[in-house]
Design a protein around this ligand. Sequence first.
Ligand code: ZN
Ligand code: FE
Ligand code: FE
Ligand code: ZN
Length: 266
Amino acid sequence: MVDYHVHTRLCGHARGSVEEYVEAALRQGLREICFTDHIPLPGFGRGLPGLRMNARDTERYFASLERARTAYREITILTGIEADYYEGCEEYLRRFLGRYPLDLVLMSVHFLRGWPEPYWVFDPPPLPVQQLYSEYFAELRKGIQTGLFDSVAHLDLVKLPGAPALRSNAEDVRQVLALCRERGMSLEINTSGARKAIAETYPAPEITALAAREGTALITGSDAHDPDQVGFLFTHLQAFLRELPGARLVGYRGRKAIPARSRATG
Ligand code: ZN
Ligand code: FE
Ligand code: FE
Ligand code: ZN
């Protein structure tokens, strides 16, 4: 297995250094780890202190990954970023992503500019569930259409307990998956939901199953914000993937998807 979604303390709300995450990945027997810390958002509000990496730490982030690659030969350490999509981010993202040698760019929608401040997905406006989800998925589609990203992270991050998105918003979900395929993007299976009240992966297993059946490539991520969370529930995930019809895992190098070495173990 590989963990393609981990943070570090540089983002301000995670614990642990790059080395501590790599050591944890080695203990878990992972073959690859991709660091995807939160991209700085200097133009967003006051720069979201504590939520995103400070712009002045960007070079330090990439340098620390470079150092770890030299220090650890027994595991593949990839350079990624978790990039927020929101209306108006395109120019900034294009410049940022062009400047650094990245292996993987995750697309995340955490903020909806159309919502009242703080625009935050975890503090949504009081809309009926179907409309709430539908606005979220519309935002995902806009993000995918920019062509700026490689993989869709936590696709149903907006979901609320007891209200599966595939039940209320099947057409929205299908459209997101179709666009994702058309654009050659992969879908992330993110185990962090299982650590929260929602108590299941992002996306929900039935959405992952639909995506796999239709041929969407998959990646796996723990969204670790603590070295102890690296590879979180990956034993379960591996069993799930082994039984999943059509499951196709991919890796990334220099923002190009490559076939994983073998299905469900890759
Ligand atoms: Zn975070
Ligand atoms: Fe996220
Ligand atoms: Fe994350
Ligand atoms: Zn995330």
